[in-house]
Design a protein around this ligand. Structure first.
Ligand SMILES: [Zn+2]
Ligand SMILES: [Zn+2]
Length: 314
């Protein structure tokens, strides 16, 4: 799979200086692209513009506003801080409310939060929350559904699979002419079968567990997977925070059938350059070639360095 990576910056420009506020990543796959930002504990937001979907809200950067579907993995602030802003800004800009899928346990507290924002802002910002349970499908179109899958990051955490649904003719009818097929249809014969193609799997934050045996996760064309900790001294931290350590992530890559795996949520402590070097010790060059770090900015001072946010001058 040919993948092209780039980044773009968001900042203030004055006659004297450019103040870099945040730098986002862009990864281009043949059929879709990822735009996002993901640093563990700080912010995670990954948009797939072609699918009209954004995984988690992060602090809701401008690009995230354009996705009609926002899929929330869990309640930690680095993933949902921008939710109120998402609805409010979409309303302000005349966009339709947007649909937010989230673990069902979060529906009530998030609803309370959004109602509180309505009072604070003194406006009836419309919003739509869809509570999701593990295994539940949300049908967007006949050929596209979003499937929630259970992850291991505390009581209320979900991953999401973007699934392409196709109706295919059963092999035994492939040789028949159109008229014959029409006749079978009239007789009520089910001549088609349903083919599901998992395109993108996003797991939010998760520790190692059963989810990595899920057929959609194993087979998705692109797997977006966290790996927060890489240093051997960080094993306990990974376990305590219910995150993946590089040793577990390497197991994920070993058995994956994905065409590409995108690493998210790398801790700032380790940084992308070192993380890549450590991961390389666990994988064959062939396996390593399908792993991409979202925040690997090729034009950074050191490959993968996340640039410091510079506050604008007062
Ligand atoms: Zn997180
Ligand atoms: Zn988390």
């Amino acid at each position: 799979m040919l993948i092209h990576g780039e980044s773009f910056k968001f900042g203030f420009v004055t006659p004297e200086k450019t103040f870099l506020v945040q730098k986002f990543a862009k990864l281009k796959f043949p059929q879709y692209s990822l735009i996002g930002y993901s640093v563990g504990g700080e912010e995670t937001v990954v948009q797939v513009p072609e699918m009209n979907v954004c995984f988690d809200a992060g602090r809701c950067p401008q690009f995230a506003l354009t996705s009609d579907f926002m899929l929330i993995s869990h309640a930690h602030m680095d993933h949902i801080a921008g939710l109120g802003y998402y609805f409010s800004q979409r309303h302000f800009q005349g966009l339709k409310p947007g649909t937010v899928l989230l673990p069902w346990q979060m529906e009530k507290p998030v609803d309370d939060l959004l109602k509180a924002w309505q009072q604070v802002e003194r406006q009836q910002t419309p919003y739509q929350l869809v509570p999701m349970s593990p295994g539940q499908d949300y049908v967007v179109r006949r050929d596209f559904l979003i499937r929630a899958v259970p992850t291991h990051h505390g009581s209320a955490s979900l991953g999401y699979i973007l699934v392409n649904v196709r109706e295919k003719l059963r092999p035994e009818y492939l040789q028949l002419a159109g008229e014959q097929l029409a006749e079978l249809r009239r007789q009520g014969v089910d001549i088609q079968y349903r083919l599901e193609v998992p395109l993108i799997a996003y797991l939010g934050d998760t520790s190692y567990g059963e989810i990595f045996e899920h057929p959609d996760v194993l087979r998705a064309q692109v797997l977006l997977c966290e790996c927060t900790f890489f240093d051997c001294t960080h094993r306990a931290k990974a376990k305590a925070g219910k995150h993946l350590h590089v040793e577990e992530f390497a197991k994920v890559v070993e058995k994956s059938q994905n065409q590409a795996i995108v690493v998210l949520h790398v801790s700032r402590r380790t940084g992308i350059g070192r993380s890549k070097a450590i991961l390389r010790k666990y994988l064959t060059p062939e396996k390593m070639s399908k792993v991409h770090f979202l925040m690997d900015f090729s034009d950074s001072r050191e490959a993968g360095d996340v640039e410091e946010n510079t506050p604008p001058a007062q």
